[in-house]
Structure formats: structure tokens, C-alpha cells
Design a binder for this molecule. Structure first.
Ligand code: ATP
Ligand code: MG
Length: 307
């Protein structure tokens, strides 16, 4: 029995990997549900059920958005070209793109690449990362997104300002959230901000954004027109959050080609060789995260590749 990368839910429900024979060298990649963790991988190797992780974890990878330089990406030339063209040359009108793909396919690194280039080109970038632990907290996503520009809310027309301040919990008087007015306020904010310089809004892991924030974002995305605002949204899987289904262009990240997967594997600090290398390539099936993590495990314990 050999299994490829799978979400932990599927592993637990469907796969009895304890019965696998050591010779099968089956590898399961699991992503435990960890509140607040952006990426947490746990690797289980058959024959000993070795558990490593959870790592690399939130802090390390969330930092990708804040890295000073671009990451060395392997392959993804067409995808990078499509993404970079959204911001270079700076947009003359609004653009929206939804990036989709299974866990570990590279959504975050691609978005981070674009964010980095956009900042370097002098555009403003606003970021929000959906967090599983906050998906039921109304407007938690908007709060994260607008924190750097919260002072500008006071410049909005009064009703919009008080709706947005209320949604973000920034007023002392409790006001019932007004979703429509909050959406209008976000639209005005993004539009006003883009008058200074073009604006990139990145919403990563949108599958975990709260409903109120998604509603406001989609409201704004549908109405931005001549404003130089780019909205880049990523979500795990091959379907966007329901709010973003149908009306927006999508970019689905497929597995890396066999050639690029081999390049990425061979570029790891301690890449496997021989049979173990072939097995990792097969098991990872073009998933960059799987290639990196499996190589790390075998590098730390070469016997793992022989089990
Ligand atoms: N083309 C690539 N070249 C080099 N490294 C890559 C590439 N794509 C992804 N990676 C690396 O693989 C790992 C997973 O990528 P990333 O975190 O971007 O995936 P993701 O699609 O955002 O996953 P998730 O759905 O879990 O958020 C990261 O360590 C990233 O740096
Ligand atoms: Mg990601």
C-alpha cells in the first residue's frame, strides 16, 4: 500500500497505514488542524510510524510574506508570468485573480513573490491570511487587512466610517454590524487608497476567512472598475470560497512537472539518491511541500528511505 499526500482527515478516515508493510515505503503527509497555524505538516513513515513535526509551522512560513527578497522558485514560469503581469506594469484598472491548489502546491509562495515585487515597484500592499481559528469571528479578516490603514477610516463618509469601525470593533458603542454599509466602506477605502498609488490586496488561505470579510471583499471586487486595485485571493482545493465562485478568473496550480519536481528535490540540502529519490518523486506526485519535507526526513534518517 502506498499513499500520497493527503489531508489528515482523509488519512484518519480512510487509510489504515499501520498495516502497511515496511517494504512499501508508503508515505502520508498529514496536515493536523492547528488553530492559528498557517502550515503545519506532520510526516508519518510506514515501518515505525515515525512522526516528525508539526513543522515547519506558522511563524516560519508566514514570514514568507515578510521576507526581504524573492524566494528561489522552481518551475511555475507560466503561473509567475500570469501573476506578475497583474502588477507589472502597474494596473490601470481593477483586476481580480483567484489562485487555487491543493495544500503545499505553492499558493502562498507565489502570492509572496507578487507581493514582494509589488512593494518593490512602489505600490501599496495589504495582506490578510485566513486563519482556521478565526473563521467564525465576524470581520476578523477585515481587521487584519485594514490594520495598517486604520487611520484612514475617519476620512470615509460618516455612515461608512461608523459601519466599518463598528465591524472592526473599534468603537465603544456597540453597533449591530451593517454588512452592506461595511462592504461599501471597504470599496471606498480601497478606491481612495488607490488614488495615491496602485494597490495590491492579497487574501491568502481565503477558505478560512470569516463570512463577513469575504462578503465585503467580494462586494468591493465586483464594483471596483477603473481603480488601480488588484485583488489576489488564494484558497485550498480546486474551488474558491462560495462568494468568489463563477464571476472571477481562476488559476489552478497543478503538480510540478516531473522535470521540475526532480529539480526541486535535487536542490534540497540533503537530497535522496537512487531508489529513495525515485520513491520520493513518486510519492510526492509533484507536490512541492511533499518533495521538500520527504527529502528532509530522509536526509535526517537515511534508513527511512529503505523502509
Ligand atoms: N515552485 C516552487 N519552488 C520551490 N519551492 C516551492 C515551490 N512551490 C512551493 N514551494 C515550497 O513548498 C512549500 C509549500 O508551499 P506553499 O506553502 O506556498 O503551499 P500552499 O499551496 O500555500 O499550501 P497551503 O494550502 O498549505 O497553504 C513551501 O516551503 C514553499 O516554499
Ligand atoms: Mg498557503
Amino acid at each position: 500500500m502506498a499513499i500520497g499526500p493527503q489531508p489528515v482527515g482523509d488519512l484518519h478516515q480512510g487509510t489504515d497505514f499501520r498495516r502497511a508493510r515496511p517494504a512499501d515505503f508508503g508515505v502520508g503527509l498529514a496536515q493536523p488542524r492547528q488553530p492559528g497555524a498557517l502550515f503545519c505538516w506532520q510526516i508519518k513513515l510506514f515501518g515505525g510510524l515515525q512522526e516528525l513535526g508539526p513543522e515547519p509551522c506558522a511563524a516560519e512560513l508566514e514570514g514568507q510574506f515578510r521576507q526581504p527578497g524573492p524566494l528561489a522558485l522552481v518551475g511555475r514560469d507560466a503561473e509567475l508570468a500570469q501573476l506578475r503581469a497583474l502588477v507589472d506594469p502597474p494596473p490601470g484598472e481593477s483586476r481580480v485573480l483567484v489562485v487555487l491548489g491543493e495544500a503545499g502546491m505553492g499558493k502562498t509562495v507565489l502570492l509572496a513573490d507578487v507581493a514582494h515585487r509589488t512593494r518593490r515597484a512602489g505600490m501599496r500592499v495589504l495582506l490578510v491570511t485566513g486563519r482556521e481559528s478565526e473563521q467564525d469571528l465576524a470581520f476578523a479578516g477585515l481587521h487584519q487587512l485594514l490594520r495598517p490603514v486604520v487611520a484612514q477610516i475617519s476620512r470615509l463618509p460618516e455612515r461608512q466610517a461608523s459601519a466599518l469601525l463598528g465591524a472592526l470593533g473599534l468603537v465603544t458603542d456597540a453597533v449591530a454590524p451593517d454588512r452592506l454599509m461595511t462592504g461599501i466602506a471597504l470599496l471606498t477605502m480601497l478606491s481612495d487608497l488607490s488614488e495615491d498609488r496602485p494597490l495590491l490586496v492579497v487574501a491568502d488561505d481565503a477558505q478560512w476567512l470569516d463570512r463577513g470579510s469575504l462578503d465585503a471583499l467580494v462586494f468591493a471586487a465586483r464594483r471596483l472598475d477603473a481603480e488601480p486595485v488588484v485583488l489576489l485571493l488564494s484558497a485550498r482545493g480546486n474551488l474558491p470560497p462560495s462568494e468568489f465562485q463563477r464571476d472571477f478568473p481562476e488559476l489552478l496550480l497543478e503538480p510540478l512537472s516531473v522535470r521540475d519536481a526532480a529539480r526541486l528535490l535535487d536542490a534540497q540540502p540533503r537530497p535522496p539518491h537512487g531508489r529513495a529519490r525515485e520513491q520520493v518523486l513518486t510519492q510526492a506526485a509533484g507536490n512541492p511541500m511533499a518533495l521538500i519535507e520527504l527529502s528532509r526526513i530522509i536526509g535526517a534518517d537515511p534508513s527511512a528511505g529503505r523502509r
